[in-house]
Design a protein around this ligand. Sequence first.
Ligand SMILES: CC(C)(COP(=O)(O)OP(=O)(O)OC[C@H]1O[C@@H](n2cnc3c(N)ncnc32)[C@H](O)[C@@H]1OP(=O)(O)O)[C@@H](O)C(=O)NCCC(=O)NCCS
Length: 235
Amino acid sequence: MRHWPLTRLTLTTPDLVLRVPDDDQLDELAQVAADGIVPPGAVYFPHPWASGTADQTARNVLQNHWWARGDWHENNWRLLLAVLHDGRVIGQQNLSARDFRVTREARTGFWLGRHLQGHGFGTQMRAAALHLAFAGLGAERVISTVFADNAASRRVSEKFGYESNGVRRLAVDHHLVEAHDVVLTSERWHGQDRRPTRVEGFDECRHMFGVPTAPEPVDAVPRVGTAKPRHGRNR
Ligand SMILES: CC(C)(COP(=O)(O)OP(=O)(O)OC[C@H]1O[C@@H](n2cnc3c(N)ncnc32)[C@H](O)[C@@H]1OP(=O)(O)O)[C@@H](O)C(=O)NCCC(=O)NCCS
């Protein structure tokens, strides 16, 4: 799409491709969500968009993408990327920020279809988002929020060396939830043996994030590596 350069942004990890979905991919993504993301009864998101019926969940995904595109502003943006494995959509990686040019702080979120969890994909998705944030956009901090009982998400942050940024109490669907805020600084990220991510199409859309110049070349030199060859816990 000529006038929406985000559609040419592509992040590639050893096993995944992340990109703004076209209509067919968005439809596929909605179906993945409809097929189930969280275990029955679990609450992993501040807004329980994935806890209703399959139809409601699918529609929430579609409307969230349309809203994020329509509401995009260089001072307040939400990049919602479809995640593809072997050409099939398997989940979503988010990167968002408000007043990024001043705060240099971005937030991530992510989810996978249930039967696709536990294969190391979430770790690669987070790595790709962190690469775009730190190497591409020049972020100084990337934050995330995870609920106390979400062991997989907490572990992914732990693997990247996030530090605690406090604990909040939230009411979700009238239930008390403990939300753990975590933060990864640029210093800690740059000090790591990073997972490889290739970025294409970033120069054309850099201005949409409110960052006119790149702090460093965004194309990482890929180090050979693949997702863990093990079975998912939720099969
Ligand atoms: C969170 C999510 C995206 C992570 O993706 P994933 O592909 O499952 O994660 P990975 O396989 O890369 O890594 C998960 C890690 O958590 C660990 N883990 C998973 N379940 C665990 C448990 N119950 N107890 C302890 N550790 C656990 C895994 O062993 C792995 O760590 P390791 O690599 O050191 O072995 C995915 O599980 C998901 O979509 N969950 C539902 C939606 C969600 O919670 N989104 C995030 C909201 S904050």
